[in-house]
Design a protein around this ligand. Structure first.
Ligand SMILES: [Mn+2]
Length: 317
């Protein structure tokens, strides 16, 4: 039995299915979670399917979470989408299910679950769910397609990043052919508030970049207050430095209320996830997250990025 069939047979076996994703969800976390929920509900209408996890913030155009009680986990199948390691799972109750499936495209550093489908060559977890539906010939509604398309668009930067493959585009074409309003969806994903637009201006004005193309921007609490922005709203500016031709790697360091810094690290070539792992984080080779306890650790992370970027300049690897 293929992995796709194994996952399908587990879904058939359980009457209750609870789907989780990672904290601070992005379109791929929600798209894969809610897209899978929509697929199961359409193809197995007799089953109870829940989406569990914390607030979806400004992504509520994709959907909202269900209220799930601890008792619901009894005899339930739990599926975790788009989450590399267990501390990142939103909703600690996931562990009270009867059987656990992991579906993900992050490096499998934390191989949790009874059944795992991890494909790091996939652009997104939403692409894996779309592939799964196609392989099994499941009925795909416009709503399921809209959700999965949102996840693919989100994680590929609208098909811009190198994780985009011909398979990504083929599946995206299949999703669009259901007829949902993809132009409207793209606007919802890509649209920014006036506050965020002003912050983008700040990022371009204040970006520091060395001669090898290592960029950094530090957003202090004072800056967030000045722009009246919450931390989660800063995710919209993560890709901004990368638009500059000479920037090769970069870090966005956002001061949190407790004084530590949330670090978003990005790269166009050098593999930066090992840096993230050394600083309480992890992720993809070209897109990772980390945490720094103070400004000194922010500087340490930046120095490590500089070393990688300099090496890459000379060796191309
Ligand atoms: Mn993802």
């Amino acid at each position: 039995m293929s992995l796709s069939e194994q996952i399908l047979s587990k879904i058939k076996e359980y009457q209750k299915i609870i789907i989780h994703r990672h904290m601070n969800p992005d379109p791929d976390a929600l798209g894969s979670q809610l897209g899978l929920k929509a697929l199961i509900k359409t193809n197995f209408p007799e089953k109870k399917v829940f989406a569990a996890g914390g607030p979806v913030n400004d992504l509520d155009f994709l959907g909202v979470m269900d209220s799930v009680e601890i008792e619901d986990y009894q005899d339930a199948l739990v599926i975790i989408c788009d989450t590399g390691n267990t501390p990142r799972i939103s909703g600690a109750e996931y562990q009270y299910g009867a059987y656990l499936i992991k579906i993900d495209h992050h490096p499998n550093d934390d191989p949790y679950g009874d059944l795992l489908w991890v494909d790091t060559t996939s652009s997104s977890t939403s692409e894996l769910i779309a592939l799964w539906a196609r392989e099994l010939n499941l009925k795909l509604t416009q709503e399921a397609a809209r959700l999965l398309y949102a996840g693919i668009v989100g994680d590929t930067g609208r098909f811009l990043y190198p994780a985009t493959t011909s398979r990504t585009l083929q599946l995206a074409a299949d999703l669009i052919s259901t007829g949902f309003d993809f132009a409207k969806l793209n606007q919802q994903i890509d649209g920014i508030s006036v506050k965020v637009a002003r912050l983008i201006g700040y990022v371009y004005e204040n970006l520091i970049c060395d001669e090898y193309g290592t960029g950094k921007v530090i957003l202090s609490q004072a800056i967030l207050d000045e722009f009246q922005l919450a931390d989660h709203e800063t995710s919209a500016i993560v890709g901004v430095p990368g638009r500059i031709e000479t920037v090769l790697t970069w870090g966005i360091f956002v001061e949190q209320k407790d004084g530590h810094y949330r670090c978003r690290l990005r790269s166009k070539g050098p593999r930066i996830n090992e840096v993230a792992k050394r600083h309480d984080g992890g992720g993809h080779p070209l897109a990772s997250g980390a945490n720094a306890k103070d400004l000194a650790e922010v500087e340490a992370i930046y120095k490590e990025l500089q070393v990688l970027t300099k090496e890459f300049n000379y060796k191309g690897e």
